[in-house]
Design a protein around this ligand. Sequence first.
Ligand code: ACO
Length: 401
Amino acid sequence: IDIKSLRAITNGIITIDPGFKNTGSCESKITFLDGEKGILRHRGYAIEELTKKASFLEVAYLIIFGELPTKEQYVKWEKDIKHHSLLNEEMKNIIDGFPKKAHPMGMLSSLTSALTAFNPATVDITKEEQIYGAITKLMGKFPVIAAWAHSKNLGTPLNYADNSLDYIANIMQMMFRIPTEKYVMNPIAVRALDELLILHEDHEQNCSTSTVRIVGSSEAGLFASVSSGVSALWGRLHGGANQAVLEMLENIQKDGGDVEKYINKAKDKEDPFRLMGFGHRVYKNFDPRARIIKKAADELFADLGTNDPVLEIAKHLEEVALNDEYFAERKLYPNVDFYSGIIYRALGFPREMMTVMFAIGRLPGWIAQWKEMRLNGEPIGRPRQLYTGYALRKFKSFEER
Ligand code: ACO
């Protein structure tokens, strides 16, 4: 019997794989990840080398277009992104409509989707210049939206981009500059943020990226697809973990620094508490990003002369967990989010903004994966299921129910 006839009879063979633990959803040339060996590479380049030698925008270009940019390509890339760093003034009306305490991830997701009202909602995928236009627009506008969400929470005026600055320095000034005060840029903080955001740029088929690909597979546009990625990132089992880690560390501090108590809570199967920032679906030995981040946190704190007791609690917690059988047996190690929140805190970001910063870092990955999926002509994402509900039932009128 041929495969077509078999499909007609059985409707195909369905594999049930909750959480897609063993299911590959696509072929991809963007990111290589070996969870056993702790390897992460973008387009063949090791993450360790990229964080040391390249800038965020250089890595973004590499991830999205496949090669490191030449000097000329880089200058054009940066210029084109800066060209799109203005938001339509009507976007301010939408921001105004949010309550002051609205979570910035909710604002980021909504406002990214709102961009479709002011820009073409979809692109002709056969036209390279249209794809490039949508990409540079989103790269330019996304951090402005993020900064405006932050200002909304603070109740401070909305800052515009200063195109004399580079991408990362610009993010810092849009987030923190008070128009009536002189803003002094700290180059150490800018470099630390650059490195931190490079570490977040792409991570193959994680929850938010898969979401972007699946939404985009219906031919929804780039902005709508990325907006759904922001929502997927928000949850505390994914990008929201950095906010959750910091909340956990602060609670431990308030609780007198009793690290062992929280380790025991995480091990207790009756207690839903998990050690936030620990464990990863793919990394089962160590997360290479966590190693780089831990070092970056130490360097930043030394440079800034900060002495944050929360960093000490994090180190103690890591040490105890790494020597505990429960965590060893389950191969649970610190992930990228374990130390990132502490760095964001040192840079002056409130907890609610931490996942927003992750989103700014992940944007190039979402864009690259969306582009690859569309150019590959992948079919619409549409998983099957195993139906476990009722067999056919006879309808009951209101009187019979
Ligand atoms: N604390 C305590 N126990 C844990 C933790 C944790 N952080 N993570 C996993 N476990 C335990 C589970 O209870 C389970 O134990 P069991 O075998 O006795 O039932 C075992 O380890 C396997 O865990 P799963 O949940 O099956 O692993 P999965 O791959 O589905 O989940 C995840 C991975 C979501 C990252 C998980 O480890 C977790 O919840 N971690 C905390 C949240 C977090 O830090 N998320 C950020 C991930 S990185 C990122 O998205 C950027």
